[in-house]
Write a protein that binds this ligand. Structure first.
Ligand code: FAD
Ligand code: EPU
Length: 346
């Protein structure tokens, strides 16, 4: 029997421009870059000398990263595709999805099947494999609500590890993969429970309004359509203006502090998330500090959504970071609240 490994086929590019691999459009360079479409290809990368001798970063769609400088190591770009139906029962369909699959395309596939659970997360850029990293969320739902398990390869041991939903330690814009075990795993597959019974989650105010103006009853399809319309109006399209969505997380503060702040700033926006805590709209804090539309050279605060920092063309990662630090200082001085980046800075 003659066996061929795919090792010889793996291409490692040197001094590789990442400009089209990050939605901020930062022209950083990677010392080495390679991409994999299967576990076999990934295994070939893991046994290579370049992999063994360099630090590594796994890149999906690059929609939640900011390169502050060239990357002095190996970037591995996940392109594992495919949707596999594992189970189809009375109420649910269990699907296993390749980590490199485009997230929005997966959402559109789900709604085209009449399935429910992720329609509120339509038009979020990036890959399925990155969705558990920060537990993506929008318009009243988070991906943790549908994830059953996450399959990954541990970088140090190269062993396969499967994380149950509970083991992922999901929180608002956080998980074990962004927290205490950051950078230790390469996610290869994510398994979701999609429901045949529609969630019809329209409680996030603007969805109900948008459905009304579309004159459509709630369904997975119509909710996805409403979310796409709302997001297209509000958020800059990275293909036209570099950005990575919300640059900062919405800070969570103790409710008495929120109430005191609200006396000073009556229009302050916040949402009670527990008996003791309130999540504050960081976009409001930045906007109310007069920073919406603020610009320094090619780094700016978006004109419609102050939580989104943008690259007007030639901004460097350092310039975006300098702007972010300036915003953090102003917000801290004005409200005594420390806002922290949501974006992964390298
Ligand atoms: P990348 O940016 O490539 O990577 C992000 C992080 O995940 C990195 O640390 C990377 O190492 C890690 N990673 C990626 N793939 C893997 C893998 N297979 N294994 C291990 N680690 C991996 N986010 C929201 O939550 N809600 C929103 O509403 C939202 N709206 C957005 C709107 C715009 C216009 C943009 C540009 C971004 C928005 N985001 C939003 C942020 C972003 O889309 C999500 O965080 C998305 O999940 C990132 O996916 P990605 O494949 O681009 O990840
Ligand atoms: N606001 C302002 N001025 C601004 C921006 C917002 O006053 O410039 C106010 C809005 O009027 C609203 C409140 O702040 O009352 C919240 O704004 P919005 O509904 O736009 O949501 P957000 O809190 O700014 C979050 C997520 C988004 C997600 C939306 C919708 C975070 C960090 N961001 O934004 O996620 O799409 O809710 O659910 O949680 C992302 O993570 O990249 C992202 C885009």
């Amino acid at each position: 029997m003659i066996c061929f490994t795919t090792f010889e086929l793996m291409i490692f590019s040197e001094n590789f421009s990442l400009k089209t691999y990050n939605t901020f459009g930062i022209d950083a360079k990677a010392k080495y870059f390679t991409a994999f479409e299967s576990i076999a290809e990934l295994n070939s990368i893991l046994i290579s000398e370049i992999y063994k001798n360099n630090k590594t970063f796994v890149l999906g769609g690059g929609s939640n990263v900011l390169f502050k400088e060239d990357y002095d190591g190996l970037i591995i770009h996940n392109k594992i595709a495919g949707i596999c139906i594992l189970e189809d029962n009375k109420n649910d369909v269990i699907v296993e999805v390749g980590a490199g699959k485009n997230w929005h395309n997966f959402v559109m596939w789900s709604v085209s099947q009449g399935l429910s659970g992720i329609e509120n997360l339509a038009l979020i850029p990036g890959t399925v494999g990155a969705s558990p990293i920060q537990n993506i969320g929008a318009y009243g739902l988070e991906v943790k609500d549908t994830i059953i398990k996450v399959a990954a390869i541990e970088i140090a041991t190269q062993k396969v590890k499967t994380f149950s939903n509970a083991e992922c330690e999901f929180q608002y814009r956080n998980s074990i993969f962004k927290g205490k075990r950051k950078g230790e795993f390469i996610i290869t597959k994510v398994t979701f429970n999609l429901s045949k019974i529609p969630f019809n989650k329209t409680s996030y105010g603007v969805i109900a309004e948008e459905l009304k103006s579309l004159d459509k009853a709630p369904s997975p399809q119509s909710i996805a359509e409403a979310v796409i319309n709302i997001r297209s109006r509000k958020l800059p399209n990275p293909e036209e203006l570099g950005n990575s969505g919300s640059f900062f997380k919405n800070p969570v503060i103790l409710t008495p502090k929120f109430t005191a702040l609200q006396k000073k700033f009556p229009k302050l926006v916040g949402y009670k998330i527990s008996e003791t805590e309130t999540k504050v709209a960081a976009g409001w804090l930045i906007d109310n500090a007069g920073l919406k539309g603020y610009r320094k050279a090619d780094a700016g605060v978006h004109i419609n959504q102050a939580l989104v920092l943008v690259n007007y063309g030639e901004a460097s990662g350092e310039e975006i970071i300098a702007l972010a630090k300036e915003i953090q200082t102003i917000v801290k001085e004005k409200y005594d609240i420390q806002i922290v980046p949501e974006v992964n800075i390298l």
